[in-house]
Design a binder for this molecule. Structure first.
Ligand code: HSE
Length: 305
């Protein structure tokens, strides 16, 4: 009759994998509750932690939920409660957590006709409402866990890669909002050939490094010559934070999703803790309030509580 779920935060792009790479975080995420009701259709009955629309067609969770039940003969309705912990516009997959969570929760209540991988398609419908584009680099890791690669969009082809044991992510979330649609608007529609070569070389290197647990290769590959140069100006002190984080031994550092969060990937907890302190010290010099999270890679993705 009722399910309660945890919808984890995610880091998309991972420098070289714009719109195709992502990873799932462990201890940061929203909760959602789904309840069978007699009135058919989807209703959003409670939202805490964020000022979001209750109108189903205007809410990312509502849109994803509707997509799952579309064309299915279901003789009950579903009421959804959304308890947001991930701030909207933070760059760690807030809208994706709602969209992926809604697809997952509804699927549970209607008897689980879809696999988690199949649910990505429905979650992308919700994501599109928030960002204006149907990308899966947050919803895929949110649903599947681990690292995910969207090999192709047409048809959707997603590969999950279990994280190497010692990978830790550190996330600095400055309390400013960057809208994904705005961060996409600053990008150039075409890429110079040399930059494309560098970027796909790095993406191949990242995937190879993840499979072979080659931390040095992962570090060499965590670079972005295509998107970061256009977006970094939206994030105060990005260059300084990146410089310090790399000095402290992080394997790589970049913009989390569309920003403003900045992430670092580290080998081992000790370096991750040092990097977290360095991020805090550096950002304390600004007038912007912030949070810093440290997390292993969550291999499960969205889960029942
Ligand atoms: N790949 C997306 C972007 C992630 O960077 O625009 C944010 O939703």
């Amino acid at each position: 009759m009722e399910v309660r779920i945890f919808c984890p935060a995610t880091i998309a792009n991972l420098n070289c994998g714009f719109d195709v790479m992502g990873l799932c975080l462990e201890n940061i995420g929203d909760e959602m509750i789904f309840r069978k009701i007699t009135t058919k259709g989807i209703q959003i009955t409670n939202i805490t932690g964020a000022d979001l629309p209750y109108e189903v067609s205007k809410n990312v969770a509502g849109v994803a939920a509707l997509a799952v039940i579309e064309n299915r003969d279901i003789d009950f309705g579903i009421a959804i409660e959304i308890h947001k912990k991930i701030k909207a516009g933070s760059g760690i997959g807030s809208s994706s957590a709602s969209a992926a969570g809604a697809a997952f929760g509804v699927n549970e209540l209607i008897g689980r006709p879809f696999s988690k991988k199949e649910l990505i398609h429905f979650a992308m419908k919700g994501e599109a409402l928030a960002s204006g584009s149907e990308h899966a680099d947050n919803v895929a890791p949110c649903l599947l866990g681990g690292f995910t690669l969207v090999r192709g969009y047409n048809p959707l082809d997603v590969i999950k890669i279990t994280s190497p044991e010692k990978i830790y992510a550190v996330v600095l979330h400055p309390h400013i909002e960057v809208k994904t649609a705005d961060a996409r608007a600053v990008l150039e529609p075409t890429i110079p050939f040399q930059k494309a070569i560098t970027q796909w070389g790095n993406l191949g290197g990242l995937i190879a490094g993840l499979y072979t647990e080659d931390y040095s290769l992962i570090g060499r590959s965590l670079q972005d010559v295509v998107v970061e140069p256009f977006r970094k100006h939206l994030i105060p002190h990005f260059d300084k934070v990146k410089e310090i984080v790399l000095q402290e031994g992080a394997l790589g550092c970049g913009i989390s999703g569309a920003g403003p969060s900045i992430f670092a990937i580290c080998e081992g907890k000790q370096i991750a803790e040092t990097v977290a302190v360095a991020m805090k010290n550096e950002y304390s010099k600004t007038k912007i309030t912030f949070d810093v999270y440290l997390s292993r890679v969550n291999d499960k993705g969205v889960t029942l509580l």
